[in-house]
Design a binder for this molecule. Structure first.
Ligand code: PRX
Length: 643
């Protein structure tokens, strides 16, 4: 078995074998890119992306907005499909959850055929360039077909995570004013079909959705009536070629809603040319993709990682991508490792939360002398602790594959801070350096750069990366306030970090955003869901550390009426399921008489966190009701953080 790493002065570095195959072997690339990042990205964009018309201006900045490749014209779908047609190779491997169902493989040609036909279906339904199409699909090939079809005709897709509730879907449909929704009758999770159709029915009520195109995932040949159309039947009737729409580099490719610090999710806007450039190069260099590499990124299409690395990145580079519909531990915790062996996956990209879950299952599901096809491992979504890193490195990578810890966000579109496989070093808990051509520093509250090793706020400096978002959909104010207000001319990531010997370690969010099992959730959204209940006066949600999920939410509720009980706790948890989805369900709800507040009425969540973590609450002097702290301590009692 080839070993892709070597140990030198206590750190892991690329081995000779890795250097032989690496696109980037030398850390000189960082200096070269830093000299003139705009020129650097301009050259990459020319080389990696097929443009129908060259751009006039590589980068233009009028903060808080900036554009890449202005005047340039291209079609994203042409870049992801058309230019790879002559390769006659597999584009997508889809593994359904039921073990008895066969794995499906689609070549670039087959995918091209379906995407063209589906693009014509959308056109026939009146979808035009710039229209928003909502997509509420599980990890099935039709998800890829749908997003690519949108990009072919210049429609903007807005994908909603299929485990989100009807309420969450409705909010996103309404915000984007989508007239078309693409969904499925359901999907398989832990051996059971999950019903999506019911949620779709609820979600579209009161929206402007004209048509709903349904994929028959659970039951074939269903009959649809009224607004509902069958994905399969419509595709069968459609013409097989759809001319790609010529798009401006700055035209919107997609919107993806993500959680912020308010109760309302924000529609993060990604453009076409800049996003394509960053998606292409980060996929190619981070995962060192060569002609025969097969990438498996386990993220769902409902999240940015699914967009960029399960689908778009590996297709832009002309590689094979694998997606799996179901639960990682179904029918047993060996499933993922079997999938890697059966399909000879070479690059595996997942979240620390999954790694920690597998650690708990123990090593017995990982068979000896297996997982030989792997070359590179990646992680994303939350800080990875040393134990999880070591386990992943030793057990899955057989101590021979680099672990690439990639830091990025829905807003950044593609990875931004990580080690490159041919350069290294690969250090547990350290993400690494800014991707060539991008710059991040750590600053204090005033925006001043802090000394090496000191904690502070992670910011990005101009010129901002090409994959960066271009605003919040129809909400300029929020865009400015969230990202550009605190630090002048610097993009505020909302993450804490420190830099040591030039390498960045990200420590986690500094705002009221939680990462629960890698999923981004806002405390305010959960509070809104709880406050919707007539019996609730007010609530406060705070995350506490969790061994597997990283963080989990805990809620404190003040009731208007009724008495605290287990039944009530269950009911309120259901409210959250309904408003957002089970991913956001609080693990515990405490009923209290009052929440700690400042004189101006601000709830001091930090004090609640202190209480849960058995720390001495700080800043009691600023409270208007300090007495409530003792009461809350009593309610919380002992042991909550031990779970
Ligand atoms: O806090 C950081 C954390 O995830 C946040 C972004 O979440 P989301 O928009 O859902 O995107 C996740 C996938 C890109 C960041 O603000 N985060 C992401 N990657 C890492 C991380 N924290 C530490 N290390 C990482 N590698």
């Amino acid at each position: 078995m080839t070993t892709y790493i070597t140990k030198k002065s206590g750190k892991y570095w690329p081995s000779k074998e890795m250097k032989k195959i690496a696109w980037v072997k030398d850390d000189k690339i960082y200096k070269k890119a830093e000299k003139n990042p705009v020129k650097f990205w301009g050259e990459l964009a020319k080389e990696g992306i097929t443009w129908e018309k060259p751009w006039e201006k590589t980068y233009e900045e009028k903060l808080p907005y900036f554009t890449w490749f202005k005047g340039g014209k291209l079609n994203f779908c042409v870049n992801a499909l058309d230019r790879h047609l002559d390769k006659n190779k597999t584009a997508l491997i889809w593994v359904p959850e039921p073990v008895k169902e066969k794995t499906v493989k689609l070549t670039y040609g087959e995918l091209y055929d379906k995407v063209n036909k589906f693009a014509n279906v959308l056109k026939k339904l009146g979808v035009k360039k710039g229209d928003v199409v909502a997509i509420y699909l599980p990890l099935i090939p039709e998800a890829l077909i749908s997003i690519l079809a949108c990009t072919r005709i210049g429609a903007i897709h807005s994908v909603v995570f299929s485990a989100f509730s009807a309420g969450a879907l409705k909010t996103r449909i309404k915000d984007g004013k989508a007239k078309i929704l693409i969904s499925a009758d359901g999907y398989y999770r832990r051996g059971k079909p999950e019903n999506l159709k019911k949620k779709v029915g609820e979600a579209v009520k009161g929206t402007k959705v004209k048509n709903i195109i349904m994929v028959d995932r659970i039951q074939k040949n269903k009959k649809y009536r009224g607004k509902y159309l069958s994905f399969e039947k419509e595709i069968d009737k459609a013409d097989s070629y759809c001319k790609p729409e010529l798009m401006n580099s700055e035209d919107i490719l997609f919107i993806l809603y993500t959680s912020g610090t308010t109760g309302k999710p924000k529609g993060v806007i990604h453009d076409t040319g800049g996003y394509a450039t960053q998606a292409y190069w980060t996929t190619k260099w981070n995962f060192n993709l060569r002609e025969d590499d097969i990438l498996w990124c386990t993220a769902d299409i409902g999240w940015i990682t699914g967009h960029t690395y399960a689908f778009y990145g590996p297709l832009l580079t002309g590689n094979t991508t694998l997606i799996y519909e179901g639960s990682p531990d179904f029918p047993n915790p060996g499933r993922w490792w079997d999938i890697i062996d059966e399909n000879k996956v070479t690059v595996f990209y997942t979240a620390p939360t999954a790694i920690r879950m597998f650690m708990k299952f123990g090593d017995k599901y990982i068979k000896k002398n297996k997982l030989k096809s792997l070359k590179i491992l990646g992680t994303v979504g939350e800080p990875i602790d040393e134990d999880a890193w070591e386990w992943y490195f030793k057990k899955i990578g057989n101590s021979r594959c680099p672990v690439i810890d990639t830091w990025w966000q829905t807003e950044t579109g593609g990875t931004l801070i990580n080690a490159l496989p041919g350069v290294g070093p690969f250090v547990p808990t350290v993400a690494g350096k800014s991707f060539p051509g991008t710059r991040h520093i750590v600053v204090d509250k005033k925006g001043k750069k802090v000394k090496s090793g000191k904690n502070g706020f992670l910011v990005q400096l101009s010129p901002f990366a090409p994959g960066m978002f271009h605003g919040i959909y129809k909400n300029h104010k929020r865009y400015v306030k969230t990202y550009w207000k605190r630090f002048k001319d610097k993009y505020d990531t909302s993450d804490g970090a420190f830099i040591k010997e030039g390498f960045i370690r990200v420590t986690g969010r500094t705002d009221d955003v939680m990462k629960v099992a890698g999923h981004r959730l806002s405390t305010a959204e959960l509070e809104n869901a709880l406050n919707e209940d007539k019996i609730v006066n007010e609530s406060a949600v705070v995350p506490i550390p969790d061994k597997i999920k990283g963080e989990v939410p805990i809620a404190f509720v003040v009731l208007k009426k009724g008495t605290a009980s287990e039944v009530l706790e269950k009911k309120l948890k259901k409210d959250v399921d309904k408003a957002i989805g089970p991913t956001a369900r609080p693990v515990k709800i405490y009923f209290v008489d009052e929440l700690p507040k400042t004189r101006s009425g601000k709830i001091m969540r930090r004090i609640l966190k202190n209480i849960l973590n058995k720390e001495e609450p700080q800043g009691l002097a600023t409270l208007v009701n300090p007495k409530c702290v003792e009461e809350i301590k009593g309610v919380v009692g002992e042991g909550i953080v031990k779970k």
